[in-house]
Design a protein around this ligand. Sequence first.
Ligand SMILES: NC(=O)c1ccc[n+]([C@@H]2O[C@H](COP(=O)([O-])OP(=O)(O)OC[C@H]3O[C@@H](n4cnc5c(N)ncnc54)[C@H](OP(=O)(O)O)[C@@H]3O)[C@@H](O)[C@H]2O)c1
Length: 287
Amino acid sequence: MRILITGGNGQLGNQWVNYLNKQGVEFISLPSSDLDITDHEDVRRVLNNLKPNHIINCAAYTNVDNAETEKEKAFAVNAYGVKNLADYCASKGIKLVHFSTDYVFSGTEEDHVENPKGYTEHHPTNPVNVYGESKLAGEKAILESDCNYLIIRISWLCGKYGQNFVKTMLRLASERDELSVVNDQYGCPTFAENVVKNTWELSVQNISGIYHLSSLGKITWFDFAKEIFTQSGSEVNLEPVDSSEFPTKAKRPAFSLLNTQKIANIPNISLINWKEGLKNMLAELES
Ligand SMILES: NC(=O)c1ccc[n+]([C@@H]2O[C@H](COP(=O)([O-])OP(=O)(O)OC[C@H]3O[C@@H](n4cnc5c(N)ncnc54)[C@H](OP(=O)(O)O)[C@@H]3O)[C@@H](O)[C@H]2O)c1
């Protein structure tokens, strides 16, 4: 495989670099400064030059709140940029591995009641914010391009690199004695190390299609914060609050659990309980 990682300087991109290095697998990883996926000509020039046969796209616009006021920017990367990659992959027979999000679903209370084990891959999409709309447009561009694709939808991504909820909680614990965290949004964290490991397994098995991947369990952000403080030995007074007490620019789904049964049925896939994933991540942060 001639592997190219796009968006290689982000949270997931860095995790890929770390993982493939450890596996002794050769690859090229490009930061946005070396490949801007929104630039059609840049994409053609760089890919013609590198001739990959397997692209792992970690490039994305991920600021959920800012997307509300930067709709064009979000769509440029998450929809148009992804279309650039997908069309090129289709024309050259390249496999495209792409990451999407739980935010393609509406996350209503009704959906929660009807799908207590989470959204399956074929559940109708209906995003409630611009970020989710732009990611869904990217998925559609891939499907329309007719390329060989693997789309992995993940939720609440956390890992050693970049910014995420676990790292924010650890920082706040060192700065404050009291914290309020929302207790009415349900989902499950996905740990970057586990994403990379399982996605690599699907790549090696040459599996295509759309898959949901997260840890096992269903929790709120409050539950998550509580466990982060327990496992890290931080002493913080934690207060559960409703989302209405934390108004954000972008609406958040009240329910965004992904059903992982489809991916769990594949041999050699290892899904872990979210508490175990957190334990692994905290150990990774210390290493
Ligand atoms: N974070 C989450 O909670 C979450 C949840 C569900 C799904 N996901 C999905 O998981 C994937 C990885 O997310 P992440 O957390 O690793 O994101 P991230 O840390 O924000 O990294 C995104 C990367 O994309 C790069 N990028 C932005 N615009 C680009 C462009 N025009 N051309 C090339 N690269 C560009 C960024 O580079 P610069 O820094 O140089 O701009 C950055 O390295 C994304 O598809 C995201 O939508 C994330």
